[in-house]
Ligand binder design. Sequence first.
Ligand code: VAH
Length: 310
Amino acid sequence: MSNAILITGSNGQLGTVLRTSLQQKYGKDKVIASDLRPSPNYDGIFETLDATNEEDLATIIKKYGIKEIYHLAAILSANGEKNPLASWNVNMMAFLNVLEASRLNGVEKIFYPSSIAVFGESAALENTPNDTFLDPLTAYGISKSAGEMWANYYFHKYDLDVRSLRYPGVIGYQSIPGGGTTDYAVEIYHSAVKEEAFNCFLKEDETLPMIFMEDAIRATIELMEAPREKIKIRTSYNLAGASFSPKEVAASIKEIYPRFEIIYAPDHRQEIAAKWPNSIDDSAARNDWGWQAEYDLKKMTATMIEKLRR
Ligand code: VAH
């Protein structure tokens, strides 16, 4: 087989949707999904893989003639704070392993997911610029910003075509997020369609940058398919969808479920969210490779509820 695509962390919130999107685009026989544990109901080629294992990764790359890797395996922000050094080790060693194995085995293109978690106290809270000084305050954010530096290094030193997006909180109906600070924005819709009150672990006015899954997946594929010369930023591109607070998403749900109830009980994740921007400037992505979000909060809510009701 040749020109195959490998996805690490493919059982995650993004991975479970991306692997199907890539199958639809390139054919089932071109997509190798992988994760630490099997994915019983996945209809495609699957390999169990610990992305920090150099030998196993190299074996899979050679076995399938992998030419592109979407490296999604990571420990997210909230889980990362429970064990910061383990989070650093997994996130860093997995990505460095992917970079080295790719360089040594002829992989041509790599997608690296960064996050708005790379921004810290130096970042403007509104319309955070792409070239902001990064001083993240979570182990996850530190590992993601360091990963951006390594992506840039491998591009300049080895001419490895690594491309990256700083995802906001991703909202989708197809999968359940795990261990993130923005997970409330998915869970709230599940509560709404079950007509249950929702306990929100963030403050009502904690505005965060978010993006609908369809927009996030399309941005990822558009970035990877853009002509190489259009990619001018080799650390990571800011990506914006729609910014909103728990109060605003609850209000958009109440337009469909008037009796919907939300109870605010901020926990440790509020401290993480408070350090992140409220909105992101993604003009570099729009100017360089034509990015344009399609889902605002109203369309996101309508779609989430329509799909989850099924
Ligand atoms: C998290 N969903 O909450 C991820 C994302 C911007 C947030 O990186 O950790």
